[in-house]
Design a protein around this ligand. Structure first.
Ligand SMILES: N[C@@H](CCC(=O)N[C@@H](CS)C(=O)NCC(=O)O)C(=O)O
Length: 236
């Protein structure tokens, strides 16, 4: 059976990593059987990051290539006869979430002081102290450096929140009153959208971006309905 190598679930989410949750959501929406394998050290993966999958002896890292592989193997199960323009819009929205909105999530969880300790004691709970504090500080240092390199780390929290709000506005306006981002039926884009909406509003941390999502009735209703449909054990 296909193995999905990802972090153990935390924060009340199927996965705290939106990339891992995206792949697991895709697998469930597409009805592909899988089992999860817990990753504690992503450096052991082919790209040094989670997720990766192992399927019939083949190892594929990176949510983008995993989904491409699954699409090819299973005949594009979530494309639903969408036309090229719709697929292009979904592609742009997915990249916005993964390449822009993602950094706001990382910043809120790992850099904002009131959240950093919660993140440490939640995501690294499997490491006993004092080692946990050390591992966290090393992780935080490398995350701050990544944020600085990418640019988000050079902005104030207010500016980071403002940019994320623009992404959330686009997400909410795109969904409108459709039941799914894919239209009448869930599509590939729904795997990514759900992962980010849930990733901001579920963890019990201070999230200005999560608070903003909660002002969007359509996103809140979408999240509640899809969690019930796809991850009933974790739906609230
Ligand atoms: N482009 C990759 C990104 C994966 C990624 O950034 N995973 C993070 C967790 S959200 C990770 O494993 N980070 C560990 C590290 O960088 O050491 C994908 O789409 O799968």
């Amino acid at each position: 059976m296909l193995e999905l190598h990802q972090f153990a679930p935390h924060f009340g989410l199927p996965n705290a990593s939106p990339f891992c949750m995206k792949v697991e959501t895709f697998l469930r929406l597409a009805g592909i059987e899988y089992k999860t394998v817990d990753v504690t050290d992503p450096r052991k993966g082919p790209n040094g990051k989670a997720p990766w999958i192992v399927d019939q002896g083949e190892t594929i890292p990176d949510s983008r290539f995993i989904i491409e592989y699954l699409n090819r193997k299973h005949g594009y199960p979530l494309r639903n006869n969408l036309n090229k323009e719709q697929l292009a819009q979904h592609h742009i929205l997915t990249r916005m979430l993964d390449e822009s909105t993602y950094w706001g999530m990382v910043h809120e969880r790992w850099v904002i002081p009131e959240n950093a300790e919660i993140t440490r004691d939640t995501l690294l709970e499997f490491i006993p102290n004092p080692m946990r504090k050390l591992v966290f500080l090393l992780g935080q240092r490398s995350i701050k450096s990544a944020l600085h390199g990418q640019g988000t780390g050079r902005l104030s929290r207010e500016e980071i929140t403002t940019l994320a709000k623009h992404d959330i506005d686009a997400l909410s306006d795109f969904l409108g009153d459709k039941p799914y981002f894919g239209g009448d039926k869930p599509a590939e884009i729904d795997a990514t959208s759900l992962a980010y909406i849930a990733g901001f509003i579920t963890p019990k941390i201070s999230s200005k971006i999560g608070d903003y999502i909660k002002t969007k009735e359509n996103l809140v209703a979408y999240h509640k309905r899809l969690m019930k449909e796809i991850f009933p054990d974790l739906a609230t």
